[in-house]
Design a protein around this ligand. Sequence first.
Ligand code: ZN
Length: 135
Amino acid sequence: MIQTQDGWPQPYQLLDARPYWEGLAAGLLKYQRCGGCGQAVWPAHSFCPHCSSDKLAWEVSAGRGKLYSFSTVMRGPTPAFAAIAPYTVGFVEMDEGYFLFTQIEDPPEMLKIGSDVQARMIERGGQKLPVFTSA
Ligand SMILES: [Zn+2]
């Protein structure tokens, strides 16, 4: 795992997902949509998991969705995460029709499954990342 000066481990950037990381660097949250069946596809694939088409195109998400599930981490797995613990992670059901695993910034006692959430970009170790807050 790559460690940066400020201690944040950096995410693995798989080849299929390169446009996702390039999008984040430009402040855009991107996902794939299948030109064959029209379904949103995430995580990034070379072929559509729904219909096997290779006509996957990148689109920009509006960054809005509903909180699908969440869990609060009391002890961080690395010093950088330990420094922000407790913190909450979870799945957001995006308005475009895919699920994104992400950090949720609101205190856990404020969170409700199904509530509206909105992305904002933060920077860790030089990498822009989306985190979500109540909309
Ligand atoms: Zn498809």
